[in-house]
Design a protein around this ligand. Structure first.
Ligand SMILES: Nc1ncnc2c1ncn2[C@@H]1O[C@H](COP(=O)(O)OP(=O)(O)OP(=O)(O)O)[C@@H](O)[C@H]1O
Ligand SMILES: [Mg+2]
Length: 439
């Protein structure tokens, strides 16, 4: 078997809470400040790495612990996990922007990375100067960088500002140039953490395409994102991190499902709506929603329903009195807050007579027609005798579609290309006679 591009063994990173270790988003930033402030850095680092032996000190936090894995050249690997799971810490160690407390890392080839919102540029220098600096740090000659320069500027779309100091760039512009540099300087290993969220949809799409291209040319890509649909589209396999450790790994779809299921278990308490503040809900309160969740075809709670499969939206409530003629409805909004659909009992010319006490309403969607992406649901209940709203919750439930059997093929358009999946069919005729075409 070929030599791994990345081999990590027992990697650990310990932080001392409350002692800020200076953060740099690139090697350039880290090197820059070593040159400008070597003594203070020496003191600070010595301080940070001199832990007393007491492992259980409560101001010590293991951001990463006992992490081992191998990644082969050309693999595209995702790292997923909740906030604070250790994803960015791992990528910083791999990019040599932070140093491990334990274990070691073997990397074969040049690494270029784009980490979090910071962008890895020297703020006082222009875009052009930064491109050359980054190239030099990656070990390229000036001529090599020059040969890539036009392509980088073109991809970034910030050509007009290329001779402006980077400190005047918007965060989106910095990310655009940062990604263009990282992806075009022919790294053997490309590391991208989250940043794409800052760019607009068109740019994000372009970046995902570029990462795919980079991997197809045999290079290795590591990708961190909370957007599961981009992870499943891009990566072949993924690691799930939790509390600084790898808790699961596998083919990407399976790892994403494992992660979303795991989140669901942790989130079960979040299903409770009875603690939502009175100011954040509408209606007169004679009925209050107490819980809202999705149930998949196997009857399990889910935050990740599959397009093309049945799903039920379940609403639980408590009524303060008997309420004849109550109608429920819900509205599904997409990631841009665009309403995708309203599911209303009025469409069925039906209502429920509700008795005082608790109850449960189920709304069944036989064949979920939603593209991959994130959604939220608003829920309402109204008394149609008095015409009063009973309860209204703006954001009762969030979910993410990241898998689809809708068309029964391996292509389903995602949320950036469509708001809804539509059943359709194609036919084809040849040698048509214009005289009998419909006018
Ligand atoms: N410089 C630091 N000093 C002290 N603690 C830190 C530092 N950097 C990260 N941590 C802590 O390490 C843990 C892991 O953080 P990390 O940024 O790696 O998480 P993450 O998985 O990237 O999360 P997110 O999804 O929110 O980006 C967190 O508890 C964080 O507070
Ligand atoms: Mg992070």
């Amino acid at each position: 078997m070929a030599r791994p591009a990345i081999r990590v063994e027992n990697l650990g990173k310990r932080y001392r809470i409350g002692v800020e270790e200076e953060q740099h988003e690139t090697l350039l930033g880290a090197m820059g400040s070593w040159f400008t402030a070597p003594i203070s850095n020496y003191r600070r680092l010595r301080d940070l790495s001199h832990f007393e032996d007491d492992e259980n000190r409560d101001d010590v936090l293991w951001a990463l612990r006992d992490v081992s894995f191998e990644i082969h050249p050309g693999e595209v690997v995702g790292f997923i996990g909740r906030n604070g799971a250790g994803k960015s810490t791992l990528l910083k160690l791999l990019s040599r922007i932070a140093y491990p407390t334990t274990g070691h890392i073997e990397l074969v080839g040049r690494v270029s990375s784009l980490l979090e919102v910071g962008t890895g540029f020297h703020q006082e220098l222009t875009g052009r100067e930064n491109v050359f600096l980054n190239g030099t740090i990656l070990g390229m000659t000036k001529a090599e960088v020059a040969s890539k320069f036009d392509e980088i500027v073109e991809f970034s779309g910030v050509g007009k500002f290329i001779d402006t100091p980077v400190k005047r760039y918007s965060s989106g512009m910095k990310v655009r140039l940062g990604f263009a540099v990282a992806a075009h300087l022919e790294p053997d290993i490309l590391i991208v953490d989250e940043v794409l969220a800052v760019g607009d949809i068109a740019f994000k799409k372009k970046c995902l395409g570029k990462m795919d291209e980079v991997s197809k040319s045999g290079r290795t890509v590591l990708y961190v994102s909370h957007e599961m649909s981009t992870v499943t589209n891009l990566c072949q396999r993924a690691y799930v991190l939790s509390g600084g450790q790898i808790v699961h790994q596998g083919p990407v779809q399976e790892a994403v499902e494992w992660y979303l299921d795991d989140m669901e278990v942790l989130d079960r308490d979040n299903l409770r709506l009875d603690e939502v503040d009175e100011n954040e809900r509408g209606g007169d309160g004679r009925l209050r929603f107490t819980s809202a969740y999705l149930v998949d075809r196997r009857g399990r709670h889910t935050h990740a329903p599959t397009a093309g499969e049945p799903v039920e939206v379940v609403l639980e409530y408590e009524a303060q009195e008997d309420l004849p003629r109550v109608m429920f409805w819900l509205r599904i909004d997409n990631h841009l807050n665009v309403p995708v659909s309203v599911l209303h009992m009025r469409s069925h010319e039906t209502y429920y007579d509700i008795q005082k006490g608790t109850g449960r309403v189920r709304c069944r969607i036989p064949n979920l027609p939603l593209p991959n992406g994130a959604y939220q649901i608003k829920i309402k209940a109204k008394d149609y005798v008095q015409g009063h709203m009973l309860d209204a919750l703006e954001s009762a439930l969030e979910f993410e579609v990241s898998a689809s059997t809708f068309f029964g093929s391996d292509y389903t358009p995602d949320i950036n290309h469509s708001t809804v999946l539509m059943e359709h069919g194609w036919t084809h005729e040849e040698h048509i006679d214009a005289s009998v075409s419909p006018s």
